[in-house]
Design a protein around this ligand. Structure first.
Ligand SMILES: Nc1nc2c(c(=O)[nH]1)N[C@H]1C(S)=C(S)[C@@H](COP(=O)(O)OP(=O)(O)OC[C@H]3O[C@@H](n4cnc5c(=O)[nH]c(N)nc54)[C@H](O)[C@@H]3O)O[C@H]1N2
Ligand SMILES: Nc1nc2c(c(=O)[nH]1)N[C@H]1C(S)=C(S)[C@@H](COP(=O)(O)OP(=O)(O)OC[C@H]3O[C@@H](n4cnc5c(=O)[nH]c(N)nc54)[C@H](O)[C@@H]3O)O[C@H]1N2
Ligand SMILES: [Mo]
Length: 763
């Protein structure tokens, strides 16, 4: 641990998390009964937390929620309201000067609103007027110029209808937040094992004896994961972490639901080995481990002991093993140590744990997916796992940790810009219209289209797209040239202020709220990270009587466009969501048969996964070894004065929603405008603690990118890299800087330089 660095000395969980919840409960001023709502979170017949996508066990704890899930729920159930009066008092231009935090703290949106250019304000309108206005603005536009974005929260029912609406309108422009997140998985994992999603089940964590843990931060982003990790560590499973930052959530945990542990305050150590890999250094680190596995196999063979490689599996189930083996043998340790920033001995020790484990799970998150060679990194993790047959057996497999609570499910039911992933023939037959067959836009292509003027309208089902994307400065101005923007949202955010010529802001019910339609109260469904599908009932009174459900809003737009027929029954679907589930079951019978009956199964019903059964839906029909062309996942290499910037989430935010200005688990308080940097780099560049500096882009494309006013903060990081918060630092990420295969923005290895305010010069 580097001396003099800012850090948190407590454990993940413990009293800190209880205090964190209490703080947000005070700040959000939740409505009466909101706290009892938490007791139903993630329980069968309860409602599914709208924070992360972590699995919901069949036998939940008394309180199956975490600090950050509680924050998300209380954020929905606040007493504060953002009403037409508020909008009458503030022009949109004035609101653009507000902080993101202050925008969302105005509370829940209460009325449908239309942008009025004359007064530069959002003014109230009724729903029919909004739907008619949207339809009138959409109708003259070429179908391919309109985008239907979705953030990964909306239910399976809403998502299925939304995809239908876009295709009926005439495009596959259906990007979602996944395009900035795990699209690398959808493309990369699909290519090598034929499955776009993880192969593990939640119960695999009960029998694995090694977990390789790459670039995911459970303490903040999926705190309920800490429980299975704690149990695994307690029964001797060895967790090996690869992360440039020593995240407390992977080091020690006090279970707030365990009274003994809370009383004694003795944390459970989690990581057996913590390897502070350089950003983008995972390919090299894994290559080092692969070399050691080969060496161990040779030693075992020479000694007449059981093989370390699973040769039967390699022969029967894999393709291109020899090519990978040759490359691993040919790669030198000097290059591996340089690119990974790790020592040969440490990588060999990690590989020895892996070799001695019978069942290994590989977990990963944004530290892997958000790189220029992110799909290659995923391929490398799979290479290592295949060497010992760790995919397709109990207690082992791939575990990408998804972000938004239904982001995986949205892809399952048709929100995808890739038409080959959607059963379009079936949709044509089921609904009597010809869906378009050409590929739609990813989020990066949406931005490019906005910049070049070919994208003319954006319908946004949740999210905060213009804030979540890279290169704010290039994108924001042309964004306002669009003919139409439509935002379906629960709270006000910056995207609503970066609006088109015509703009509507449509307030919707949040997941914990009762959704009553013509046939009575409605439930919805979501899919978690483990491909389990759960029903969810909202029970709380809606924030305003003027809110509509997301299903009703999508249906309202479709009806106003005149898309009703005997097969497109928007009205009936809105009246009874069970009918939408019947349609989903008809489109995807293998996954969703008996949907309405199975949705209440404790623990959710499992959608199945062919790779788990060792059926490989890949080009070769086998699991594919891949040979990375470079040992670094970065798109831009080292240079004098250049740093690789990692953009992070704090413990007090959900993506672009900022709950507060502390990041308790990293010891940072009161500000998000920090530049985390190693004391060695500080000394080398003569930087003082607390000094304000600017970051400037260093991607070599002659475009000026800059963020000012960052406080230098000594932090335990590998040399040559710096870190800070998303979305404040997004102006530094070039739009073209994304994963080669999936176009996921490479937000974890952004080339930057530091500029000192006083001298105006680079360091
Ligand atoms: N409370 C809360 N929960 C959330 C969210 C939230 O914002 N707040 N967001 C949700 C969403 S949409 C998502 S996608 C997930 C995101 O959850 P995560 O996948 O955990 O995403 P991040 O916090 O962006 O960063 C992940 C980790 O990657 C590490 N890292 C950075 N670069 C590298 C690298 O090159 N190699 C390795 N090995 N590690 C690296 C970082 O230090 C960090 O610990 O969480 C979801 N859950
Ligand atoms: N630099 C950098 N950029 C990143 C990332 C990063 O790590 N670094 N991470 C990327 C990732 S992983 C993701 S997923 C994206 C996130 O991108 P998005 O999903 O587009 O953004 P969010 O911040 O999750 O959206 C928040 C808004 O959603 C609305 N909302 C909340 N709940 C509901 C609801 O129930 N219904 C509706 N209709 N609206 C709701 C609220 O108005 C809120 O303001 O950002 C990406 N951008
Ligand atoms: Mo995400």
């Amino acid at each position: 641990m580097a001396e003099g660095t800012v850090r948190y000395t407590g454990s993940a969980g413990g009293f800190g998390s209880v205090k964190g919840m209490a703080k947000v409960a005070r700040r959000e001023r939740p409505i009466a009964g909101a706290l009892t709502t938490l007791a139903h979170q993630n329980k069968t017949e309860g409602y599914m937390c709208s924070s992360c996508a972590w699995g919901k066990p069949a036998s939940p704890h008394t309180f199956e929620f975490c600090e950050n899930g509680a924050k998300a729920t209380l954020w929905d159930l606040t007493r504060d309201r953002c009403t037409p009066d508020f909008f009458a008092q503030h022009t949109v231009s004035a609101l653009r000067g507000w902080e993101d935090y202050d925008l969302e703290m105005t509370g829940r949106l209460t009325h449908p609103l239309r942008y009025d250019a004359a007064s530069d304000t959002y003014v109230p309108c009724d729903w029919d007027e909004a739907f008619a206005g949207i339809a009138a603005a959409l109708r003259p536009l070429p179908p391919k110029s309109v985008v239907f974005y979705a953030s990964g929260k909306a239910s399976l029912e809403t998502s299925y209808l939304y995809a239908l609406l876009a295709r009926r309108f005439g495009n596959n422009n259906l990007p979602d937040s996944s395009n900035m997140c795990h699209e690398t998985t959808s493309v990369g994992l699909k290519k090598v094992i034929g499955s776009p999603v993880g192969t593990c089940k939640l119960e695999d964590f009960e029998s694995c004896d090694c977990i390789l843990y790459f670039g995911q931060n459970p303490g903040t982003n999926s705190p309920r994961f800490l429980h299975p990790l704690q149990l695994a560590a307690q029964r001797g499973c060895k967790i090996i972490v690869f992360n440039p930052i020593r995240e407390v959530g992977l080091i020690r945990f006090i279970n707030p639901q365990n009274p003994m542990q809370m009383l004694t305050q003795h944390p459970t150590p989690l990581a057996h080995q913590y390897l502070q890999v350089r950003p983008g250094g995972d390919i090299a680190a894994i290559m080092g481990m692969a070399k050691r596995v080969l060496e161990r196999d040779a030693i075992a063979q020479a000694a007449g002991e059981p093989r370390v490689l699973d040769q039967d599996f390699l022969d029967q189930h894999t393709h291109d093993w020899d090519a990978f083996r040759t490359q691993a043998e040919a790669t030198g340790w000097n290059a591996i140590e340089r690119e990974s920033g790790l020592k040969r001995g440490d990588l060999e020790a990690a590989a020895d744990v892996y070799c001695d484990a019978e069942r290994t799970i590989a977990v990963y998150g944004m530290g892997i997916t958000q790189h220029v060679h992110g799909t290659k990194s995923i391929g490398m993790i799979v290479n290592l796992m295949l060497m010992r047959g760790n995919i397709g057996q109990k207690g082992a497999g791939m575990c990408p940790v998804r972000g938004h609570s239904n982001v995986q499910g949205q892809r399952t039911v048709g929100i995808s810009e890739k038409p080959e992933l959607v059963p379009l023939d079936k949709i044509a037959e089921q609904f009597g219209f010809e869906p378009p067959r050409d590929t739609g836009h990813t989020t990066v292509e949406v931005c490019e289209g906005v910049v070049d003027g070919s994208v003319k309208a954006l319908v946004s089902l949740g999210g905060n797209l213009v804030r979540a994307v890279p290169d704010h400065r290039a994108v924001e101005e042309p964004w306002m040239e669009q003919a139409l923007t439509v935002f379906v949202a629960t709270k006000l955010n910056r995207s609503h202020l970066i609006h088109g010529k015509v703009s509507y802001l449509l307030p919707c019910l949040a997941r914990p709220e009762a959704d009553v339609q013509a046939s009575g109260p409605q439930a919805v469904t979501i899919e978690d990270s483990f491909s389990c599908i759960h029903g969810s009932w909202g029970k709380r009174p809606p924030a305003s009587p003027h809110l509509k459900s997301e299903v009703a809003i999508v249906a309202g737009i479709a009806e106003a466009l005149g898309y009703t027929s005997d097969k497109l029954r928007w009205d009936e679907w809105t009246a009874d969501y069970a009918l939408i589930r019947d349609e989903i079951a008809e489109t995807y019978p293998e996954l969703f048969h008996d949907f309405n009956a199975r949705m209440w199964q404790p623990g959710g019903f499992y959608k199945g996964n062919k790779a788990r059964e060792r059926i490989w839906l890949t080009e070769s029909g086998k699991a594919e070894f891949t040979v990375p062309e470079s040992l670094s996942a970065l798109g831009v290499g080292d240079a004098l004065g250049r740093f690789h910037l990692v953009t992070l989430r704090s413990n007090d935010q959900f993506n672009t929603t900022i709950y507060g200005h502390d990041d308790r688990l990293r010891g940072i308080h009161g500000t998000r405008m920090v530049l985390l940097i190693s004391p060695r780099d500080m000394a080398e560049h003569g930087l003082r603690r607390g000094e304000l500096v600017s970051l400037i882009g260093d991607a070599g494309d002659n475009v000026e990118r800059r963020v000012e006013g960052l406080a230098v903060t000594p932090f335990d990081l590998p040399d040559g890299c710096v870190a800070g918060y998303y979305p404040e630092l997004n102006p530094l990420v070039p739009l073209w800087y994304h994963d080669k295969d999936s176009k996921t923005p490479a937000a974890k290895g952004v080339p930057v330089r530091i500029e000192r305010a006083s001298k105006g010069a680079g360091v």
